[in-house]
Design a protein around this ligand. Sequence first.
Ligand SMILES: NC(=O)c1ccc[n+]([C@@H]2O[C@H](COP(=O)([O-])OP(=O)(O)OC[C@H]3O[C@@H](n4cnc5c(N)ncnc54)[C@H](OP(=O)(O)O)[C@@H]3O)[C@@H](O)[C@H]2O)c1
Length: 274
Amino acid sequence: MIGITGATGGVGSGVIRHLLAAGREDLVALARRPEAVAPGITARRADYDDPESLNEALRGLDTLVMVSSDGTAETMTRHHRNVIAACPADVHIVYTSILDIAPDSRFYYSPGHQETEALLADRPHCLARTSVFADFFAATWLDDAARTGELALPLGDGAPGTSFCTRDDVARALAAAATARTEGVLDLTGPEALTGDQIARAATEALGRPMRYRAIDDADYRARLAADGEPAWLIEAYASMFRSVREARFAAAPGDIERLTGTPPTSLAAHLRR
Ligand SMILES: NC(=O)c1ccc[n+]([C@@H]2O[C@H](COP(=O)([O-])OP(=O)(O)OC[C@H]3O[C@@H](n4cnc5c(N)ncnc54)[C@H](OP(=O)(O)O)[C@@H]3O)[C@@H](O)[C@H]2O)c1
């Protein structure tokens, strides 16, 4: 039996969709709001902040697709500790970690993913390290840039770029890894690393609206987010992600998506066209 956390979210619901399409019926959707899980599949209440619910929900699984949690880094890491503590030791855990996992990373979420990976070390596990989600980048930055015509971000002046991957490709790869009980480390990336100019060009062509990239520096970006009233942790999360992009920590491509699933990863332009 395969359990999937974050079953109401973009990645978790995608994993369920791909497993169902592959003919798996022994699935358990794990969610803090089981009533929000799509019908046709067993759903159990699993609130990351309610260890008792996790103990109940994780019973009887062979495999757990553990989609990482969100919020502040402290919240995310606490949630992961709770899930792993509640999960029986023989369950194969496929965990969505992050591509920027190096110990010297200054990405806001990296220490939490490092700690979670360490907690999984003595269990059967697969670490699926994801690059930046194309969908997340589009919704958070490209939609506005398409309206104004300018993508002003601290992505740097050229290479190395970002190897965006789509949530759906990640979900497809996680479903394949869970089915095959893949062990070890996977890099889930897009087909290529795109610079700021290349992102703007891809968006211009895909969306049919002119967009130019303008490199801004870290301080200006942080000041803009602060002026928009964003909380300090989110400013750190976004600004440190872009610093990692400039440091080539999200540039690896292509990763393991095609090897795992038999289908090449979707490009940013193709994702935007859809
Ligand atoms: N690589 C990237 O670019 C990138 C970008 C953004 C996020 N991420 C990471 O990737 C993960 C998956 O992305 P996504 O797009 O699927 O996120 P999403 O759509 O926001 O889904 C997050 C899921 O986590 C669940 N959740 C939150 N708090 C919970 C709790 N206390 N107990 C149980 N479930 C809880 C949510 O449940 P509800 O529906 O009840 O809220 C939802 O199902 C994120 O959580 C984050 O760790 C990566």
